[in-house]
Design a protein around this ligand. Structure first.
Ligand code: TRP
Ligand code: ZN
Length: 865
């Protein structure tokens, strides 16, 4: 709304930069919205009556945002109004100086032609909406900013046959018939921002259940899908009920309506959406059954169902004042869903997974041209800021505050936050202030985590003398775009000192590193100790220590903290690989092999943790450690290490691969066994491709669950063997009518580590089942291909050209999805010169395209800067 032209931005009217510092309250509030929607895929008529009230005393006109809308009529208090259209904005002069007016507009929109999947669109015979962030303005004229809260009532009317189910936010209050059409009226009593508005019409069936809240209210629960998919909704329903219970137990938060609806749709730009009382999901985060879902799919579904449900408090009841505050709801809600998943399964395994995501996705983002603070200062297109930084680093900020406050005070602080800001549009600052007040702590310096981008680097060294251990710490925060100089951060580090002889823990302390250089002493440490720092990843930083390889091996064998054990083994593998890559030498695998053997033989560790710990780090994570990445040498070194492990530990790997958990039991132990089975198969294939191919095909054919089937395909995808095409053909024949399974089929092939995969991806892009129109299908092929480091970064630059062409083609249909495919090319500075030049050229070719969306424009232009 308060957009100013940025003098530095290119002179296109579309490419306006919005600044956080320009925030002002809206001129007009909209306390109530009444919609009358005559639904039809071709042309839908939307009549909106807004109650608007003046904010303070001013004589400025009412400005309503639209996106591609043309008003058919504009009335104020029932009379034709004076209006103009400035760009997409509808400007209405309100007569006189009344406090409040009723403003009615009507527009026609065309869901069938909506390929952006924002606003009202058609998906598989359904009509559904997606309004976050700025989709409501594609449905009707409205301020469409999150600090304008109102109640909504909606009258939906549609063909009875094609759209027998009509859903919107809140409660259904009335319904009726009208010839071939029928209608329903929905009312949402909770004031909400327009981005939480939702509507669905279609031929849907419900899995219905109920939940009784802590105060004894019965809530009706429905998961709406196509009739044929009903049997695949059981797991999501269980996850929903578990989430509702968990939020009561852990945060004291009760659900507030008598009805909670979820709808699964197959065309969706993101994972899911927390619309009040009517969550809409990408079907891939709802549908699961034992024949088609992997253990990971099951866990992802539970995590996303929980995430969207938790938004009812962290997002909906307390929402964001402006989009710069996005992490207020997303960081907090990710933290809440991670905690839920940890409580439902294995906490250390969950933490290792979350840290892995952070290192694989967020650290590179923070270290590249698109780096931005958790609370950004500016944007061109806000959708580009639904990032790992805002979501996952944002969650780490909440976690750090919890670590600093302790569990009890943290709960008091969230209680205060929910009470104080219920029904409001709040800021990150409001949240931190609640933490300070209820926690009795000063978070002045901590606030830098919200404003400074970049991953802090900490170096640590430990010296011992006469019963005293001295820990020397230093920190630096690297420069990022627009932020050349950084201040030291407040970094909570969980530090352990572990006896070298006995493995016993001699100290366990939370150290607050607040200065550029700092010394911490531990008294009464008589034995030689090993430093274990950033236990549980207490801070999202990169730590370098002077611990020896032998020390790491010892930590990997005996650290009492299970998370830290796995971390020590990963660090040992990374150092081993780094050394070989830097010295252009053979990988010296001895210490790693011994550590993996020790891990596998240790009865004190559960299987899930063993599996997690012995995995080779991905090529991307290896690359992140290097000054400049040569993907070939990263790949070669990783291969060598895999080969050495697989060869030296072949018998153990054979046993683990043969063992597994053949059924569909999803206990932590059974999931761990299946995970270990897949990893062991990978090591065996690395040692001996022929044996690997035979075993993988056997595993595929005998599999009693999708986890085993998929881990066999992952291994086969990387092997030049006849078993590969046999298995992929069998998979296609078995699942070709199931679109989520076809996504897997495309994704697994794009992930294969063979040179021919370049050609194969090109060919898959022309496969009859491939389409740019479905975001899941597009991502399955292209996003997985672009994360396949060694193949994508082929020295010829062919991977870059292919991605650039795909982005250009996708952008014409769906800018949000296209823009999310740009970051792999933006990493050019990290690669050796030849590749860097080719990556830049690919970015230039995108930028030179006419009619580029502002979404892609922003990502590409910032990537080149
Ligand atoms: N708020 C959603 C979530 O976190 C994210 C989301 C869903 C979204 N659909 C979107 C963001 C479309 C931008 C555009 O779960
Ligand atoms: Zn969210």
């Amino acid at each position: 709304m308060d957009a100013r032209m940025n003098p530095e931005a290119p002179p296109s009217p579309d490419h306006v930069t919005i600044y956080a510092k320009d925030y002002r309250e809206p001129d007009w509030w909209v306390p109530h919205v009444s919609l009358d929607v005559d639904l039809d895929p071709e042309t839908t008529r939307v009549i909106a009556t807004l109650k608007v009230t003046r904010n303070g005393s001013h004589d400025r006109p009412l400005v309503l945002a639209g996106d591609g809308l043309k008003p058919l009529t504009v009335e104020v208090e029932g009379h034709d109004a004076q209006w103009t259209l400035e760009g997409d904005d509808l400007i209405i002069e309100l007569p006189g100086d009344s406090h409040s007016y009723s403003v009615t507009t009507s527009v026609d929109i065309h869901p069938d032609e909506n390929s952006q999947l924002m606003g009202l669109y058609a998906s598989g015979g359904l009509l559904c909406t997606q309004c976050e962030s700025e989709g409501f303005r594609r449905i009707t004229f409205h301020p469409d900013r999150p600090d304008v809260l109102g109640t909504y009532d909606v009258r939906m009317r549609a063909d009875k046959k094609a759209f027998p189910i009509l859903l919107a936010n809140g409660n259904k209050v009335d319904a009726g018939e009208d010839g071939d059409k029928h209608w329903a009226r929905w009312e949402d009593p909770f004031p909400k921002p327009s981005y939480l508005f939702a509507m669905v019409a279609g031929d849907l069936a419900a899995n219905s259940d109920s939940f009784t809240t802590m105060s004894g209210r019965m809530v009706e629960l429905n998961i709406w899908v196509r009739e044929a998919d009903l049997p695949r909704t059981t797991h999501a329903m269980e996850a929903l009920k578990a989430s509702m219970k968990w939020d009561e137990d852990v945060y004291g938060r009760e659900y507030d309506l008598d009805l909670f609806n979820i709808v699964a749709v197959s065309d969706f730009n993101f994972g899911a959406m927390e619309n009040k009382g009517l969550n809409i999901f990408n079907s891939r985060f709802i549908l699961a059954d034992e024949d088609t879902a992997t253990d990971r799919d099951y866990d992802n579904i539970a995590g996303v169902v929980a995430h969207e449900y938790f938004h009812n408090w962290s997002g909906n009841r307390v929402t964001c004042r402006d989009w710069f505050q996005l992490s207020l709801k997303e960081g907090f809600t990710v933290f809440r869903d991670q905690s839920f998943s940890a409580d439902m399964g294995s906490a250390p395994v969950q933490r290792l997974d979350d840290v892995n995501t952070l290192r694989t996705v967020q650290f590179p983002e923070d270290n590249g041209p698109l780096a931005h603070p958790v609370r950004p200062d500016s944007y061109i297109e806000i959708t580009n800021f639904y990032t790992a930084t805002v979501y996952n680093k944002g969650a780490e900020l909440i976690r750090m505050m919890r670590t600093i406050l302790g569990a009890e005070k943290f709960r008091a602080a969230t209680d205060l936050y929910f009470e104080r800001h219920d029904g409001e549009a709040a800021t990150c600052e409001d949240f931190v202030r609640c933490m300070e007040e209820a926690g009795g702590v000063d978070l002045t310096q901590f606030r830098l985590w919200y404003s400074q981008a970049g991953t802090p680097r900490v170096s640590a060294s430990l010296a011992q003398q006469g019963g005293k251990a001295t820990l020397k710490l230093t920190q630096t925060v690297p420069p990022t775009p627009g932020q050349p100089d950084k201040q030291p951060m407040a970094i909570p580090l969980k530090v352990g000192l572990v006896s070298r002889q006995s493995g016993e823990e001699l100290a366990d302390r939370l150290v607050m590193l607040t200065r550029a250089e700092q010394e911490v002493t531990f008294e009464g440490i008589e034995e030689p100790v090993l430093l274990s720092i950033n236990r549980d990843f207490s801070a999202p930083v990169i730590v370098e220590t002077d611990i020896s390889d032998g020390g790491l091996a010892q930590l990997a064998a005996s650290e009492p903290n299970a998370f830290a054990r796995a971390e020590a083994l990963e660090e040992l593998m990374l150092r081993t690989l780094e050394r070989a890559i830097k010295n252009n030498a053979d990988v010296e695998a001895g210490a790693v092999v011994d550590a993996i053997r020790g891990t596998l033989e240790d009865d004190a560790l559960d299987t899930a943790l063993k599996a997690e710990a012995i995995q080779l780090p991905s090529e991307k994570i290896i690359g992140e450690r290097l000054e400049t990445i040569d993907p070939d040498s990263v790949h070669a070194a990783r291969r060598q290490l895999g080969h050495a492990i697989g060869t030296s530990l072949a018998d153990m790997m054979r046993a683990a691969q043969a063992d597994g958990a053949p059924g569909t039991d999803r206990s932590v132990e059974a999931k761990g066994k299946r995970k270990l089975k897949g990893i062991a198969l990978g090591y065996l294939a690395a040692a001996d491709a022929e044996e690997g191919a035979a075993l993988a095909k056997e595993q595929y054919d005998a599999a009693g669950n999708m986890t085993d089937r998929q881990s066999a395909l992952i291994v086969l995808a990387g092997l030049e063997a006849p078993q590969r095409s046999a298995a992929f053909d069998a998979f296609y024949a078995r699942y070709k009518d199931d679109s989520l399974m076809l996504d897997k089929w495309f994704a697994l092939q794009a992930m294969g580590q063979r040179e021919a995969v370049l050609d194969e991806v090109e060919a898959l892009g022309k496969h009859p089942d491939f389409t740019f129109k479905n975001p899941n299908r597009l991502r399955a092929l292209i996003v997985n291909f672009a994360s396949n480091q060694w193949v994508f970064h082929h020295a010829s630059g062919r991977g870059y050209d292919l991605l650039a062409r795909m982005i250009i083609e996708a952008d014409a249909l769906n800018p949000q999805v296209a823009a999310r495919m740009v970051p792999p090319l933006g990493r050019w500075r990290r690669f050796e010169e030849g590749r860097a030049a080719k990556m830049r050229a690919a970015l230039e070719s995108i930028l030179a395209t006419d009619g580029l969306s502002k979404d892609v424009f922003e990502q590409v232009s910032k990537s080149l800067a």
